[in-house]
Ligand binder design. Structure first.
Ligand SMILES: NC(=O)c1ccc[n+]([C@@H]2O[C@H](COP(=O)([O-])OP(=O)(O)OC[C@H]3O[C@@H](n4cnc5c(N)ncnc54)[C@H](OP(=O)(O)O)[C@@H]3O)[C@@H](O)[C@H]2O)c1
Length: 279
């Protein structure tokens, strides 16, 4: 193999990235292989040295290392600097370059459906790491972002981060309310729904023109998305965000255009197999 890539995180067994990237290499005739490694927080620095010593050309970074890896890198792209988090590292001329494709990946996943961002209203439920990347990317494209979170202080901190980056944002309580009527894009970014638990508020009254996204990948249709469908909204699950952050990482590493359809099919096939074998 000419090139090696990987994803590091803890836990990592659930990661679908190896299937997505390896399918992309096969489809494009790229002589590369993608692995996944469980790296404990206390071993992050050693793991980074090891990947460099072994000649890896780059790697993805997932929970819990996205912020802690920053001091171990040489250069950050503007996207990584703004997000304060790295999900993709490229080795170029011996330098470790940290990048972030989470926010732009989300934007790519909704741009076909939304038809323009400027001046439109986005509501984000949750103010964690995923919400931060999405909020910054949407605000950068001119959307007004309203952030609702269980812990209001965290939503307020995120509003300040968006404002520092030149965007417009407000924060509020995590509950139903009038805000439901004038939303172009509603994004569920909390971990509620990962275990099929019901969502703690109803979407009754939401405009049917709203695009509703739940970034959870499994289950494919959360209680939140079922509720949105019942209200007549267009819906999108978390698969496309996962796909496009991977597509953008692929293009950051290799240049050119990633084979999106082959990567999408590999993700769907792997998800289907896991559902079938794991019930
Ligand atoms: N599709 C993709 O590519 C993709 C990418 C990244 C993440 N994700 C998914 O996004 C979700 C969040 O990831 P993350 O990295 O942002 O996690 P995180 O940084 O830990 O943030 C978790 C968020 O969920 C909220 N939350 C947790 N339990 C809650 C509850 N019982 N009620 C209300 N709010 C609750 C937290 O609120 P508090 O601040 O109040 O604690 C916080 O806003 C996960 O399900 C993850 O799988 C998907």
């Amino acid at each position: 193999m000419e090139k090696h890539y990987a994803v590091i995180g803890d836990p990592i067994e659930h990661s679908l990235s190896p299937w997505m990237h390896n399918a992309g290499y096969s489809a494009s005739g790229v002589d590369a292989e993608y692995h996944r490694f469980c790296v404990k927080p206390s071993q992050l620095a050693e793991a980074v040295e090891g990947l460099c010593a072994l000649g890896y050309s780059g790697w993805n970074v997932t929970i819990p290392h996205k912020e802690h890896i920053i001091p171990l890198l040489d250069i950050l792209t503007p996207e990584a600097r703004r997000a304060g988090a790295v999900n993709t590292v490229k080795i170029q001329e011996g330098k470790r370059i940290g990048h972030n494709t989470d926010g732009a990946g989300f934007v790519r996943s909704v741009e076909g459906d939304l038809q323009g961002f400027k001046g439109k209203n986005a509501v984000l439920l949750g103010a964690g790491g995923a919400s931060k990347g999405i909020a910054l990317a949407l605000a950068e494209r001119g959307m007004k972002v309203h952030i609702l979170n269980r812990t209001l202080e965290k939503a307020e901190e995120l509003v300040q981060a968006v404002e520092r980056a030149g965007g417009t944002a407000t924060s509020g309580e995590f509950a139903s309310g009038d805000w439901l009527t004038e939303v172009d894009l509603l994004v569920q970014t909390t971990s509620v729904g990962l275990h099929d638990e019901p969502y703690p508020f109803s979407l009754e009254g939401i405009s049917s023109g709203t695009l509703v996204v739940d970034i959870i990948v499994t289950p494919r249709e959360t209680a939140f998305l079922k509720d949105a469908k019942k209200q007549g909204c267009r819906t999108q699950d978390g698969l496309d965000m996962l796909l496009y952050q991977g597509v953008l990482a692929w293009e950051f590493w290799l240049g050119g255009q990633a084979p999106v359809e082959e990567m999408r099919q590999a993700l769907k096939k792997q998800l289907f197999q896991r559902m079938f074998y794991e019930g």
